[in-house]
Design a protein around this ligand. Structure first.
Ligand SMILES: C[S@@+](CC[C@H](N)C(=O)[O-])C[C@H]1O[C@@H](n2cnc3c(N)ncnc32)[C@H](O)[C@@H]1O
Length: 394
């Protein structure tokens, strides 16, 4: 049990904030708290806990584990609070002066925006991770979804070098004839791209274990244009099985003797990638579709050189941008949602300042969300001037 939220609390203590949910404890730093109460202040529908008390100016109860809810479903209230803190509006672009990355807020199907954000440059690689018919497309038909895909695929084509690679993450709905994967693949036959590989990334967690095979896969399609580079990649998984025999200079050899590496290649089934979950350092709270850095870095190492431009039209948590920063590529990325464009920029800056790849137990807007607590009116209508911090408890 955590301590009751009353009286002095120690550094790092777990405090019971009295919320009957599965995660009722929060870690506090140094603090002296005389009372707590639940408040409806700030935004309706968003449960907040107001911490107050103490007269010393140095008291505070700092809830370090403030997280954001998913920003796609029922998130209107929290989004209204975040939007004023987003530096980009639709059509705007942020230039990174340190490494030359570009982050924008715009629509992947808007060819003039895509041309503008790319300028004269051509990308060696595009890593596209559209929303797959889950939220924004739930009411649309598969054919509408695929027609929508066609327009950002054409825009990708326009910004890709003559010798380049296009990777597309796409879902397949097993309860609906695996749409939109086959329809998307079929649409691609009519483009300039050549199909090269159908990669499966194995998740650690799945669903549908009782009456079906557990769904643990993510699909990643690899297409090329022209004759792009491809650098063979290796996993950390040691070779343990001896295999096919071949005669070399009169001696029968097996694969372990002839191979260049002690570890296996990922091939087109990647089993060594940890999907992002909330306890991981790279987790970005609020993001619902974040891909693992390791997967994006593998793609980047295989299909681009240092200094190349990598495009990503669906930035979200800014994973491609961060992967480019870590691998010495330049990223041009954008998201139609200003909140995700902002998160993308903040993730890069945070990485540069702290070396951290995400916000485990925190969130990209923690500072603003806590600051807005200072002027929340009390029940008598007066400002709670002494209140230092408010923490969302969900
Ligand atoms: C699945 S997420 C991408 C995840 C990303 N690869 C990562 O690792 O963080 C899809 C993103 O596409 C954005 N999006 C949806 N429609 C878009 C559009 N028409 N143009 C640009 N971005 C769009 C959504 O706001 C969402 O952030």
């Amino acid at each position: 049990m955590g301590q009751q939220l009353k009286g002095e609390v120690e550094d790092g203590a777990d405090v019971d904030i009295g919320r009957p949910q599965n995660r009722p404890y929060r870690t506090v730093t140094k603090g002296f708290v005389t009372a707590h109460k639940r408040t409806q202040a700030a935004v309706q529908g968003e449960p907040l806990f107001l911490l107050k008390g103490g007269t010393s100016p140095i008291y505070f109860a700092h809830m370090r584990s403030a997280t954001l809810p998913r920003l796609d479903v029922n998130a209107d209230a929290i989004r209204r609070r975040l939007l004023p803190h987003c530096r980009l509006k639709q059509g705007e672009v942020w230039q990174d002066k340190v490494a030359g990355h570009v982050v924008g807020c715009g629509d992947a199907t808007d060819s003039s925006f895509v041309r503008r954000i790319m300028g004269e440059s051509k990308a060696r690689l595009a890593v596209q991770d559209p929303p797959y018919n889950l939220v924004m497309f739930e009411k649309q038909s598969t054919s509408q979804f695929v027609a929508w895909c066609r327009s950002w695929v054409d825009n990708s084509d326009a910004v890709l070098d003559d010798d380049s690679a296009l990777y597309v993450w796409l879902g397949a709905d097993q309860n609906d004839h695996f749409q939109p994967l086959p329809q998307f693949m079929s649409m691609m036959t009519d483009t300039k791209f050549t199909s090269r590989s159908f990669i499966t990334v194995r998740n650690q967690r799945g669903y549908g274990t009782q009456k079906n095979w557990m769904a643990v896969r993510q699909e990643l399609l690899y297409y090329t244009k022209g004759n792009p580079l491809f650098s063979v990649q290796y996993t950390d998984i040691p070779k343990i099985l001896r295999g096919y025999y071949k005669e070399v200079k009169g001696t029968l050899t097996e694969n372990m003797q002839r191979s260049k590496s002690e570890t296996i290649r990922p091939g087109n089934v990647w089993v060594d990638i940890q999907q992002v979950f909330y306890r991981m350092e790279e987790n970005v709270n609020g993001c619902y579709g974040q891909k693992p850095l390791k997967a994006i870095e593998r793609i980047i190492f295989a299909s681009s050189n240092k200094g190349d431009i990598v495009a990503d039209f669906f930035a979200h948590a800014g994973t491609t941008l961060l992967a480019c920063e870590r691998t010495g590529r330049r990223c041009v990325t954008f998201d139609v949602d200003p909140v995700f464009a902002e998160i993308t920029i903040r993730r890069l800056k945070r990485f540069r300042q702290s070396g951290k790849t995400g916000w485990q137990a925190s969130n990209p807007f923690e500072r603003e969300l806590t600051q807005t607590a200072t002027d929340i009116p009390s029940q008598t209508g007066q400002a709670q001037r002494k209140t230092k911090l408010i923490c969302r408890a969900s």
